[in-house]
Design a protein around this ligand. Structure first.
Ligand code: BTN
Length: 329
């Protein structure tokens, strides 16, 4: 009932009387009051004026279980997700997903939090997310009987979905191969993806795709300021995190059925800012080298030409791209 009342308040720019809400839902006024109190306790700044009723100020940016439920329902995505879990504070939504997977959480479960106390990035780095200006969430997939290799491109695929959704919100972003979401103007990072897979006999048991996007951050602390950006800094507009979540999940759900095909690689290429640029590759083993990024092949690997003109595949290793402001990592 809370999410239905929330939906009604969102749909109503004017005050909505308690009587009207109880009539529409077929519940008592006391039940309405109880649900409103619970929503307020969850952080919604619902205004109440006697003789007029209740109103939720437009554009209130809050992330709660109800908010996510409303957002998924609005986009017709409630069928796509088998389960949704939300926590105001958690160590990491990827860890939350892993723990739930151990308790048999189903395929296509969504985990989101307002704050992470131990947000994790790629290559063992930490991901600053102990605040509410960003969106931190993870998707748990439990594909049946798929070999691990089937998902070798899933992080690229997710980067494409996130990039497209941010572009639909007016942010001029692209992808730094393989999966960094960066501003096309400044090369600063706006979001990232951390995928973790567990396998048994080379069959995928759990696939956890963690997505972090800086949304309403107005200023980054000194050591991040030249490297990071946010949807707000790129567009000049504050966004509701549930709106961004909806946009990302909508694209993901629409595209997911064709993940196994190769067509989306073409779209990935067109948003990949690494292509055509000079790159510097520092492989885990072997010598560092420089070259030009020329293609992304169907397997999602970066094809580069080194200084001797030889083609080389970049499978892993840290790639820096020479951009407008020197190399961006
Ligand atoms: C990167 O290093 O670029 C990847 C960052 C991924 C951050 C997200 S936030 C939600 C999920 N939970 C985590 O602990 N990490 C990912």
């Amino acid at each position: 009932m809370k999410s239905r009342i929330l939906q009604m308040l969102k749909d109503s720019p004017e005050f909505l009387s308690g009587e009207e809400i109880s009539r529409r839902l077929g519940v008592t006024r006391a039940a309405v009051w109880k649900a409103i109190t619970a929503l307020r306790n969850a952080g919604y700044p619902i205004e109440a004026i006697s003789n007029r009723g209740y109103r939720l100020p437009a554009g209130t940016d809050i992330l709660t279980e109800e908010e996510i439920a409303v957002s998924l329902r609005q986009a017709g995505l409630d069928q796509f997700f088998a389960s949704v879990q939300f926590a105001p504070v958690v160590d990491s939504t990827n860890l939350m997903a892993r723990r739930s997977a151990e308790q048999n959480a189903p395929d296509r479960s969504l985990f989101a939090a307002e704050r992470q106390t131990a947000g994790r990035g790629r290559r063992g780095r930490s991901w600053l997310s102990d605040h509410q200006a960003g969106l931190w969430f993870s998707l748990l997939l439990r594909p049946e009987q798929q070999p691990a290799s089937h998902f070798s491109r899933i992080t690229l695929f997710t980067a494409l979905c996130v990039a497209e959704s941010l572009i639909s919100l007016g942010a001029d972003v692209g992808i730094k191969w393989p999966n960094d979401l960066v501003s096309a103007k400044s090369g600063r990072k706006i979001g990232g993806i951390l995928t973790e897979m567990s396998t048994e006999d080379n069959r995928v048991q759990t696939l956890i795709i963690g997505i972090g996007i800086n949304i309403n951050t107005q200023k980054f602390e000194a050591e991040l300021a030249s490297l990071a950006t946010s949807v707000f800094l790129e567009t000049g507009r504050m966004r509701m995190r549930s709106e961004v979540l909806q946009a990302v999940l909508r694209v993901f759900a629409e595209r997911y059925a064709s993940y196994g095909e190769d067509n989306w690689i073409r779209d990935y290429r067109s948003l990949c800012l690494t292509l055509g640029r000079v790159i510097s590759v520092v492989p885990a083993q072997g010598e560092a080298w420089q070259g030009k990024a020329i293609d992304i092949d169907a397997a999602g690997e970066l094809v580069a030409e080194d200084e001797t003109g030889a083609r080389r595949l970049v499978l892993s290793g840290e790639v820096s791209v020479r951009g407008l402001r020197g190399y961006f990592h």
